[in-house]
Design a protein around this ligand. Structure first.
Ligand code: DGL
Length: 280
C-alpha cells in the first residue's frame, strides 16, 4: 500500500502519460481551463506503452498515479488511451481505496465515447495503439453507451514512432497513414466517424484528413477531454476546491529532460522547463 504523505492543501491537477502524447490533451485542457495549475508526468523512460502487455501497463500507470498523489494531486487524468484502456478500471476499483479514496483518477476513453453520439449512422471507426485495440475497451464502452453501434477498430503500431521521431509529414508518414486508413475503409466502407484513440495521432491529422478525404468525421480527443473535465469539476466541488489555481504547468519526465524539451516543442509549440524523476 502507498505510504506517501496525504496533504489537505490544494494541489495541481495531475496529468499522466506514457510520454509525450498527453501533451496534446494538456494543451487543450489548459486552453479551456487556464486558471488551474497542472503537473504533467511523462513516463518517457518506459514508453511506448502501446506495445506492452496488460500487466506491465497497469503496473507502470499505477506507479505514475502514486507519484502524482505523493506530490499532492487530488485529481489525476490518465491522458493516454493505452493507460486508460489497460489500467484505469483496476486503479479505480481496486487501488484507489488503499491509496486514498477521496482522490480521483479519470481517463480519456469514456468522454471520447460519449462524444460519439454525433455519429449519424452509428458506424464508427477507432484507431489506436495495439494495446488499446487489443483491450477492446472502446468496443465495450461504445456498446454500453451506444448499444447497436457498429465499431471497427484498427491498430496503428507505426504511428507513435513516426510522431516521436518527428516524421509527421513526408512520404514515409504518408505511406503508413494511407495504409491504416485504407485498412479501416476496407473493413468498414460506411464508417461515418473516426476516433483518433491515441493522444499522439493529432500530430498526424493533416495526413489523416487527406487519406480520409471527407468520407468521415474525425474526432480528436483534446477538446472533448477538456470539456468533460470542466463538466466534472463543476459537478464535484469537493474535488474542484482542492485543485490549486495559478495558471501554471510543471513538467516531469522519467527520461532525459533535454530530450523531453525537444520533443515537447513539437507537441506544444513552446519550450517547457522539465525535471527528471525516477518513479519505479
Ligand atoms: N499516448 C499513448 C496513447 O494515447 C500512446 C503512446 C504509447 O504507446 O506509449 O495510447
Amino acid at each position: 500500500m502507498w505510504t506517501g504523505s496525504i496533504s489537505n492543501e490544494s494541489a495541481p491537477i495531475g496529468v499522466f502519460d506514457s510520454g509525450y502524447g498527453g501533451l496534446t490533451i494538456l494543451k487543450s485542457i489548459r486552453a479551456q481551463l487556464p486558471d488551474y495549475d497542472y503537473l504533467y508526468l511523462g513516463d518517457n523512460a518506459r514508453a511506448p506503452y502501446g506495445t506492452r502487455s496488460f500487466d506491465v501497463i497497469y503496473r507502470f500507470t499505477l506507479d505514475g498515479v502514486r507519484e502524482l498523489f505523493a506530490r499532492g494531486c487530488r485529481l489525476v487524468i490518465l491522458a493516454c488511451n493505452t493507460a486508460s484502456a489497460k489500467a484505469l478500471r483496476t486503479i479505480q476499483q481496486r487501488d484507489l481505496a488503499g491509496l486514498d479514496p477521496s482522490r480521483r483518477v479519470l481517463g480519456v476513453i469514456r468522454p471520447t465515447v460519449e462524444a460519439l453520439s454525433q455519429s449519424r449512422t452509428g458506424n464508427v471507426g477507432v484507431l489506436g495503439t495495439p494495446g488499446t485495440i487489443a483491450s477492446r475497451s472502446y468496443e465495450m464502452e461504445i456498446e454500453k453507451l451506444h448499444p447497436g453501434f457498429k465499431t471497427t477498430t484498427v491498430a496503428c503500431p507505426l504511428w507513435v514512432p513516426l510522431v516521436e521521431n518527428n516524421e509527421t509529414t513526408g512520404d514515409g508518414a504518408k505511406f503508413f497513414v494511407d495504409k491504416y486508413i485504407g485498412r479501416l475503409f476496407e473493413a468498414a466502407p460506411d464508417v461515418d466517424t473516426i476516433v483518433l484513440g491515441c493522444t499522439h495521432y493529432p500530430l498526424l491529422l493533416p495526413l489523416i484528413e487527406e487519406a480520409v478525404g471527407g468520407r468521415a468525421r474525425i474526432l480528436t480527443q483534446g477538446e472533448i477531454v477538456a470539456r468533460s473535465l470542466a463538466d466534472y469539476l463543476s459537478r464535484h466541488p469537493e474535488i474542484d476546491s482542492r485543485c490549486s489555481r495559478g495558471g501554471s504547468a510543471t513538467y516531469l519526465t522519467t527520461e532525459n529532460p533535454e530530450k523531453f524539451v525537444g520533443l515537447a516543442r513539437i507537441f506544444l509549440d513552446e519550450d517547457v522547463t522539465v525535471n527528471h524523476i525516477d518513479i519505479n
